[in-house]
Design a protein around this ligand. Structure first.
Ligand code: TMP
Length: 237
């Protein structure tokens, strides 16, 4: 069997149902557009568990996602979508490429969340784009863009409040959306929400609890993800 698609951290497999897929979380980690690579035992299991719990919470709060059900430790059944080639990044606190681009110090709290878009292209290194690029590249319609913005802000409010309960600051995160194969007029949240695609800082100590531990060689990556999973479970109960 060959997967329908293999990305840096996940594989997508066909199922008997044409409208659903099996998404498999791998143990691989990459950073800097795949330049830095490693594999971590349990990473797939931890991200699958964290992402599914978060998607369950978001669904309950009225945010449609691709999530159907967890199959096993590293596999989840998801609704089949056509992924929009636009990555939506929401920032609450200055970090990462925002600081690089602007020279602003890490840790500055924004007065309002910043939303930015990048073109989902490994070849080009996910470059920053804006609404005008997106319109001319026909990546999404203006109506879809309005929806992405409002959905991203809603997800930010829900996730920021939830992670705060977990003793974590949601610094920034990346979302991906897709059009349902069964009804392309419906856009749902897709991909994953895990410490791979979020920056999470411990509220008390400021400790990095996300993939920056790998990007910056801080060590104990899986210990941090395990801690995030524990807190997520505790605060959903
Ligand atoms: P950045 O500061 O490097 O632009 O990252 C912003 C957020 O987006 C951060 O939480 C990590 C996440 N992210 C991804 O999920 N995938 C990516 O390819 C990149 C560059 C960032």
């Amino acid at each position: 069997m060959t997967p329908l698609y293999e990305g840096k951290a996940k594989r997508l497999w066909a199922t008997e149902d044409p409208f659903t897929l099996r998404m498999e979380f791998k143990n691989d980690a990459t950073a800097f557009n795949g330049e830095k690579k490693a594999s971590f035992e349990n990473k797939g299991r931890l991200n699958n568990a964290i992402s599914n719990l978060i998607y369950g919470m978001l669904e309950k709060e009225g945010v449609p996602t691709h999530f159907v059900r967890q199959i096993d430790d590293t596999n989840v059944e998801v609704r089949k979508v056509t992924i929009l080639m636009v990555e939506v990044i929401v920032r609450n606190i200055a970090a990462g490429s925002f600081c690089k681009r602007t020279g602003m110090a890490e840790g500055h709290e924004f007065s309002q969340p910043i939303i930015e878009f990048s073109y989902k292209s490994d070849e080009l290194g996910d470059p920053l784009i804006n609404d005008d690029y997106i319109r001319e590249m026909k990546l999404a319609t203006p109506e879809e863009m309005a929806h992405l913005r409002s959905a991203a802000l809603k997800v930010n409010e829900l996730l920021s409040a939830f992670f705060a309960k977990c003793g974590l600051r949601l610094v920034d995160f990346k979302l991906e959306f897709g059009r349902l194969l069964s009804d392309p007029s419906v856009i749902v949240l897709a991909d994953e929400i895990s410490p791979d695609g979020c920056r999470l800082w411990d509220l008390k100590t400021g400790e990095r609890m996300d993939k920056d531990r790998f990007r910056r060689d801080l060590g104990n990556l899986m210990e941090a993800y395990e801690e995030v999973l524990g807190r997520v479970k505790q605060n959903l109960a």
